[in-house]
Design a protein around this ligand. Sequence first.
Ligand code: NAD
Length: 367
Amino acid sequence: MPTNKFSRRDFIRTGTLTAGALALGPALSSLAASKPGKRLGIALVGLGYYSAGQLAPALQHTQNCYLAGIVTGTPAKAVDWAKRYNIPQKNIYNYQNFDEIALNPDIDIIYVVLPVFLHKEFTIRAVQAAKHVICEKPMALNAGECAEMIATCKKANRLLSIGYRLHFEPHNMEVMQLGQKHAFGKVTKIDTGNGFTYGGDPNAWRLKKKMAGGGGLMDMGIYSIQGTRYTLGQEPVAVKATQEKTKPDLFREVDETVFWELEFPGGLRTTGKSSYNHDWSYLKVEEEHGKFELGPAFGYNAIDGSVNGKQMPFPQIIQQAAQMDDFALCVTQNKPSRVPGEEGLKDMKVVDAIYRSLNSGKWEKIV
Ligand code: NAD
C-alpha cells in the first residue's frame, strides 16, 4: 500500500500495553457506587478544534458517559454550546471559577483539551477537585511534567487516562495483536510516519515552543512513536534523530520534520518520522514470515490496512466514543485505563530523548 497523501483536512475529516496499576481507594468506590446504572458526566475543558469537531459529536454516541459540562474562556461559546448540547448553566465554567467544579456532582470526568502547556495545570486542578481525568496528547511539555501528573492523580486516588483513541480502533488493535504475538515470527522491521502540511495561523500556539513543547514531533510524531511501541509491546532504549527545516520563518521555534531510529532491547532498530510539512500517515511492519501495514494509519476514520497483501476487514468506528466509554467503565468498575498516564509518560521519554539527540547529534539513551 502506498504512503497516503494526507492533508490536515483529511486528518480532520477522516481524521494492553502496560496499564500501570493505580491504587484505588474507598473514595473512588463510593463515587462509582453512588451512581448505579447512570452514565457518567464528562466536562470538556477547552472548546477548540478537537472538542468541537470530534469529542462533543462523539459524546452523542456514547453509552457510559455523556457531555454534562463545559469549561471555556469565551462567553459566546458557552451560550452556543449550552443551546446545542442542552447543557445547564450550572455545569458551565470558565478558567477562573473552574475549581468550583469540585462541588458539582454532575461532573465525574474532566477531559483536558487545551494547548499542551496547560495540560499539567488543569489535570492537577481537576484531580484536586476530586474528578477523574482524560488528558489529550501529547500528555505534557516533557516527561518530568508527566511524572508529576501521574503522582498527583495517584495521591488523590483518581484515574488518569490519555486521549490515545487508536487503542480502541480495530485496525490498530489488530496490529498490536499481530506484532506482540509474533503472528509471522519475530518483528524484523518497522517504519512509520505521521504528519500534515501546516497551513494554519502562523501565530498559533502550536508553533510556539513554550505553549506546544515542540512542533510536528510532539503533535504528530507521538502517533508514530506509539505505533512502534504498541506493535512491539516493548520499550525502546535509545534513539538517534535528525531534522529538516525548509520553512525556518514559519517553524522558527519548533521542529518541522524529524527523522529517528529507535533501538529496542535485543538490538532491533526501527525508523520513524514526523512532520508539519509532509502528509504522512502509515505504519509498516515486517516479521520473519509475513508483513502487515496501515495507511492511513492514525486518522479519525478511513483507516485502512493489509496483512500479507490482503485488506483488513474491519469497520470504521467512532474512536473517541469507544475511548470515552471505556474510560467511564474503568471509573465505574475501579480499574485502570488501558491508556493510563504511564503510556503518555513513556512516549514523552522518547520525545525528550529525540530532542536531546537533535541537539547532540548522537545516540541518546531513553531514560
Ligand atoms: P485548539 O487551539 O483548536 O483549541 C484549544 C482551546 O484551548 C481553544 O478553545 C482555546 O480558546 C483554549 N485555550 C484556553 N487557554 C488558552 C491559552 N492560554 N492559549 C491558547 N488557547 C487557549 O487546539 P486543538 O486542536 O483542539 O488541540 C487541543 C489539544 O487536543 C492538544 O493537546 C492537541 O494535541 C489535542 N488534539 C488531539 C487530537 C486527537 O486526535 N487525539 C486531535 C486534535 C487535537
